[in-house]
Design a protein around this ligand. Structure first.
Ligand SMILES: [Zn+2]
Length: 371
């Protein structure tokens, strides 16, 4: 009897291995032909935190660092068929590593800034310029941006001289996506980026007479019909701006809440204020669902700062009468460390190797100064 049961179990195990359709997951979630799951990943406000290291105290800090977020990125990509990765800006300045690279070492012609080297290595699909990107001047920024292998976007900063957007305002990414039944589809994902207009005050010396900044919501309303006419099936906003439900004005620094009210925008990646959305800070905001990560029914995510979290938006899309429709969109974030600072994942060693040289130079420089 025992022997018969044993043989039966072996046959069943082999059968299950060769027929994954019988897995428990497949039984619980019936396949919906034509439905595409698209995962959107966000890093934001990295502030040059590539390594899990506190340069002020010259010691390891596992609560920060893209070398750790990178492991979450790989894991989140592996879980799904279709994914995109974006950075929401403020990635060049904010710690001694960024300072050393910009003010001491410099980025020489043809060399790639370690932050952009990391973005290239991790295959970001597009990145946004944040307000702090202007802190080292337009010359430095223009040199650094040349090293990016992905579109570098912003739609609301205009060149005074050229009378057009200073950066590439938006891009339409053409991607093949796979639906739940395994069928391939073509999807055009529009991506547009914004930043606070306060740059004109914060970086007056670097920007006055060279650029002007237009209001975020007006700029979105101007570009969305253009992007739609150029074939964007869905539109993602890389909104380097925080979330505030205070009444909107042209001067609103944190305008992500109001971007959710604009028809045509399907997913909003917020940033700038270093908060976490969905999160308890926003639980009493009007029309805000912190369980599903939605504001006014739209998925929004904000992944803190310094690589502490990965932001994730999961969209469900379906083509209905020839048009892609967002059936549902939810958001959440994943931390790299627990509350006491113990890492929840291992760092990406290959990424660390790529940027180790400049990291070590920075540490040596700090040690030499005796800070
Ligand atoms: Zn910012």
């Amino acid at each position: 009897m025992y022997r018969k049961t044993f043989i039966f179990l072996i046959i069943l195990t082999l059968f299950r291995l060769s027929h994954p359709i019988f897995s428990i997951q497949a039984e619980n979630t019936p396949v919906q032909p034509g439905v595409v799951d698209l995962r959107i990943l966000e890093t934001t406000d990295l502030h040059a935190s590539l390594v899990n290291y506190d340069y002020y105290q010259t010691k390891v800090d596992n609560r920060i660092g893209l070398v750790q977020t990178a492991t979450l990125i790989r894991k989140a990509r592996k879980e799904v068929q279709n994914s995109l990765l974006f950075d929401d800006g403020d990635h060049l300045k904010g710690n001694p590593f960024g300072e050393y690279l910009a003010r001491i070492r410099g980025i020489h012609k043809g060399k790639i800034h370690p932050v952009y080297r990391a973005f290239n290595f991790l295959h970001y699909d597009a990145i946004a310029i944040g307000n702090h990107e202007f802190n080292y001047g337009l010359g430095f920024l223009n040199t650094v941006v040349k090293g990016a292998k992905m579109p570098v976007l912003n739609a609301n900063v205009f060149s005074v001289k050229k009378k057009k957007p200073y950066f590439t305002p938006y891009v339409i990414l053409k991607r093949n996506v796979i639906d739940q039944s395994g069928k391939k589809h073509k999807l055009n994902i529009g991506v547009i980026a914004f930043m606070p207009t306060q740059i004109m005050r914060w970086d007056k010396a670097n920007l006055e007479g060279k650029v002007i900044a237009n209001p975020i919501v007006d700029t979105a309303k101007e570009f969305i019909p253009i992007m739609k006419s150029k074939g964007a099936d869905i539109i993602v906003a890389l909104a380097h701006t925080g979330i505030s439900s205070a009444p909107y004005s042209d001067e609103s620094e944190n305008a992500a809440y109001y971007l959710t009210t604009i028809p045509g925008l399907d997913a909003i990646l917020a940033g700038h204020s270093h908060n976490v959305f969905p999160g308890p800070v926003y639980k009493n905001y009007p029309n805000t669902n912190i369980e599903e990560g939605q504001i006014n029914g739209k998925p929004v995510v904000m992944a803190g700062a310094f690589g502490s979290r990965l932001g994730i938006i999961d969209l469900k899309l379906k083509k209905i009468n020839g048009k892609w429709v967002v059936l549902n969109g939810i958001s959440f974030t994943r931390p790299i460390a627990n509350d006491s600072g113990s890492p929840l994942i291992k760092k990406d060693k290959r990424l660390y190797q790529l940027i180790k040289k400049e990291h070590q130079e920075t540490v040596d420089f700090i040690n030499k100064l005796g800070l």
